[in-house]
Design a protein around this ligand. Sequence first.
Ligand code: ZN
Length: 115
Amino acid sequence: MVAHKSEILRLPTRELISRRSELAKCLGDLEHVLLGSLVEQTRRCGKAGCQCATTGSGHGPYAYLAPRRGRRGMRYVPADLLLRVRAALRQGEQVEAVLAEISAINVELLARREL
Ligand SMILES: [Zn+2]
């Protein structure tokens, strides 16, 4: 789906504009998009005598969402929301790829004075 830059350079202006329009349409419903990644971590519960303290193995692993801007905002992802979060992250990657291609097309259109 994502065209390489060399491919964009070869397309006639009319096709670039129509491709840009198709790309913009396929962005679809963006309400649930997430940018970031899933990480798994184990946790220690803090209870004296728990195996997590004595063996150092921890509980879990549990899933956390690491938002794009650093790990500071890591959020626990409950198991029943894991699929939804994965889908939202996948959509985030797709949206970014589409935006990158639209921008590449617009850069080329600017060079052609057709923006
Ligand atoms: Zn424990």
